[in-house]
Design a protein around this ligand. Sequence first.
Ligand SMILES: O=C(CO)[C@H](O)[C@H](O)COP(=O)(O)O
Length: 295
Amino acid sequence: MASIASLLSTGLLLNSSPTSPLDRRRRRKRISPTFVRMMPIRSCLDDTSSLLQAAQYTVDTYVKSGMVVGLGSGHASGMAIQHLGRQLRNGNLKDVVGIPTSVASASEAAKAGIPLDTYQDSSQIDIAFDDADGVEEGTFVAIIGRRKLQSEESIIQEKSILNNANKLVFIIEENQYKGGLEGSIPVLIQSLNWLAAAEEIDDMFLGDAEVWRRPAIGQAGPLGGDFPLVTGEGHNVLDVIFTSPIPSLAEVAKILDNVDGVVDHGVISKTPCTVVIASPNGLNVLDKLTADVVG
Ligand SMILES: O=C(CO)[C@H](O)[C@H](O)COP(=O)(O)O
C-alpha cells in the first residue's frame, strides 16, 4: 500500500481511476423513491436576507413553547438562535431549553438569553436545527463538521444530538442542496494508528479523493504538519477531500464505517428530516418522511 505522501508526490491522488470502489458501488446503487414535499415560499432577497428568512422560518414553524431544542452550528443556525432568543424575550415562546452542538452555538445562545442544558444520552430533544456543508438531493444525507473544531467540541456529540432529536431541520442555501456533492468529509480516527487508517481510506477512494490530516494550527497537509488537531475525545480528524462528485454519500459512509480506526465521520443520514433551503427567490421546504431502501 502506497503512503499518502508518496501518492501525493507522484500526483496519483489527483488522477481519476475508472475502477475505484466508489465507481463500482456507483454502478450497483439503486435508490427507492421516497416521499418529498416541496413548499415554495416566494420572495426576492439577497443571500444573507434569504438565509435569515430561512432561519426565522425554522424557529417560527417548528419551535413551540416548552420544547427542548438542539442548537446547531454555523451561520444560519446562529441567526436561528438569535431569533429564538428574541421570541423568548418578547414572550412569543416560553420555557424553551437549548442544547448547543458546539462552543460557538453555546456562546451565541448565552448571548441571546436562551436557557441551556448540556447534552446527555438520555436527553429528550424535541427538535434540532443545524447548518450543513451539503445535503444530497433526494436522499437528504448530509455532511457536517467541515468547520474548524474548537477545544472540547465533538462531531460525535453533534451527530448524537441531531440523531436523537424527534425532528431534524437543516437550514442551507440552494447551492448546498444537490446530487454529486464535492469537497471534504471530516473523519474522526484513533490518533495512535492514524496513518494506517488514512492510508486505507486513501486506497478506498483512490482517484476520487485526497486524504489530509487536519492541523490544530498552521497549514493543512497530507501528514497534518507538526501540530495535528486532537479533539477533546483524543481523536485526529482526517479531511477526505472529494475532487469529483460523490455519487452516493450513504455508500461513502458505509465504506468509512468499515475502516479500522475510524471512530465517526461527518456524514449523517436521518429520517424524517426537513431541509429549509434559502434562495434569492424565497424558501423551499423539503420533507423526507421515509428512509431509502437500497438494493
Ligand atoms: O458542521 C457544520 C454544521 O454543524 C458545518 O460544517 C458548519 O457549521 C458550516 O458553517 P457555515 O454554514 O457557517 O459555513
